[in-house]
Design a protein around this ligand. Sequence first.
Ligand SMILES: [Fe+2]
Ligand SMILES: [Fe+2]
Length: 285
Amino acid sequence: MSTQTMTPVGTANIPVRRMDFEFDDTIPKYWFDNNPMLTMLLTGLSCVFPEGERMFMRAVRHYQDQITDPELQKEVRAFIGQEAHHGKEHQAFNDFMAKKDLPIARIEAFVKKAIAFEEKNLSKERMLAKTCALEHFTAMFAEMILENPQFLDGIDDRLKPLWLWHAIEESEHKAVAFDVYQKTVDNYWIRSSEMAVTTVMFSFFTGLHTVELMRASGEQRNIKAIAQGLNKLLGKKGFFRGMLPHYLAYYRPDFHPNDRDSTQLRNKGLALLKSYLGDKIALAA
Ligand SMILES: [Fe+2]
Ligand SMILES: [Fe+2]
């Protein structure tokens, strides 16, 4: 990793941190708990990130000139800056996983086509509502990681910073797309119905990509890995347990992402990231 600098595009609360991760070929193929299911679940998500985050940027950018609040304008630029860097680093990660004989390029091409189809057929309002829905998902997962940093324990040390850095920044900018939506589209029906549709599609395609990647590795019948993975996520002490109220809160007409103040969680996450990266990262105040 090279030295990090802060770009002026960020705000104090949404700093744009430039990362330059290099993923060493000696990192094992199953870098999460030596478990194909958990590894491919996160890899499948990563395949969606670069184009998905570009879609978020386009959805928000469409409304950028309707924003009159100078603070929100700055936050929009910071949001775009952070998402652009996530895309860049996840692309590097995806390229690294592609060398492990996985159909990464095929999934990325599919995601690109699917998003282009949606952008062609859905209204700008819906695309922004979809962005808000997916930002709620990323914020939920991000804050689960920040709340339970032991989630990262099973991940290869060289990959922990990527996931933790992304989690911190998703939490930092979780309200930006939502605030743009409320200031422009501000339609509860579109927001809530789009969340329902997005939940089904996101779950289906996340599952599909996980299965596709496992199949390519000949691991689709590895019941032990699947059972262990599901138990880690959904079992009695599963990391995804307890997320339902957080998810359902989105359907409240008066919901706002900052109803849940996560400043302390992020500070803890930033301290952990610093312990991983040392002086290689300039952390924002
Ligand atoms: Fe992101
Ligand atoms: Fe995001």
